[in-house]
Write a protein that binds this ligand. Structure first.
Ligand code: SF4
Length: 272
């Protein structure tokens, strides 16, 4: 039946090319029983190649999709835990308020890392609100026997630093400046105290932009390192402090301690 045919084998197919004669003129009922491993016409060779090429392209596309999905999952898993920087046993923790500090401090102590709380938030307005938040932070630290450091409240200097950005929305450029000012001070304080790491509780708030906070912390670390040539280096511990169940723990501790729970971020432009 296949005499005079040229036989091609590829990709699991056996193709009997019948001297360029159209498929229909050659096909018999018997031939049809061999399909799909049997294709009896040269006119099918080119379409088969095209089909295989499309099929391989589609497979490659699926493989790439699967790879990207796996990479994303691995990334998410990496971020799912709090990662302690190597050799870190002490950290200067810039605290924006007591509720945001509580679960972080608890976690640090449970992991044998000594926190020193640094309260520097000249962004808060009015001063009565500032005093309430500051006293709550102090009460929290003193109750746990943790060192607590207060720094100047110079709201006028903070206002100068955000001049021209008053109408920016929250998470906008004013917040970038605000984070930078506070983390610059935290980096300097850590260096002054000989604490090799600094971190911030700002990175525990779901209302704030974590990328902005990390960028501000890293910029503060870099600026200090180039300004203090040869002096002991301090490093910013960039961390999402909502991970490892700390967001839920914060809410529980807020009630347990009976902390004052502020209703706005801090500055006059964030009062709703
Ligand atoms: S909204 Fe909050 S983070 Fe932004 S500038 Fe005001 S106090 Fe700072």
């Amino acid at each position: 039946m296949y005499e005079g045919c040229t036989i091609y084998r590829f990709a699991g197919f056996t193709i009997y090319a019948a001297d360029n004669r159209p498929f229909k003129t050659k096909r018999t009922r018997e031939d049809a029983l061999f399909l799909p491993s049997y294709i009896n016409c040269t006119s099918y060779i080119v379409p088969s190649y095209i089909f295989l090429a499309i099929f391989r392209f589609f497979l490659a596309y699926l493989q790439k999709k699967a790879y990207l999905c796996t990479a994303k999952c691995v990334n998410t898993m990496k971020q799912a835990a709090i990662i302690v920087p190597e050799g870190c046993t002490r950290v200067l923790l810039h605290a924006c308020c007591a509720p945001c500090s509580s679960a972080i401090v608890e976690w640090l102590l449970a992991h044998q890392i000594e926190p020193v709380i640094y309260y520097f938030n000249p962004n808060i307005y009015p001063q009565e609100e500032y005093e309430i938040r500051k006293n709550e932070s102090k009460r929290h630290a003193e109750g746990l026997g943790i060192r607590w450091i207060d720094d100047d409240y110079r709201h006028d200097i903070w206002r100068e630093s955000v001049c021209g950005l008053e109408n920016e929305p929250e998470r906008g450029r004013r917040c970038e400046r605000c984070f930078r000012m506070r983390l610059d001070a935290a980096a300097r304080k850590a260096q002054e105290l000989g604490i090799p790491w600094f971190a911030t509780t700002l990175a525990s708030s779901r209302w704030k932009n974590l990328e902005q906070i990390n960028a501000a912390g890293e910029a503060a670390e870099k600026a200090l390192s180039s300004a203090s040539d040869g002096e002991r280096k301090v490093r910013f511990w960039a961390q999402n402090w909502r991970k490892d169940g700390l967001q839920e723990r914060r809410n529980t501790l807020l009630k347990e301690y009976g902390f004052y729970n502020q209703q706005y971020c801090g500055c006059e432009f964030s009062i709703r």
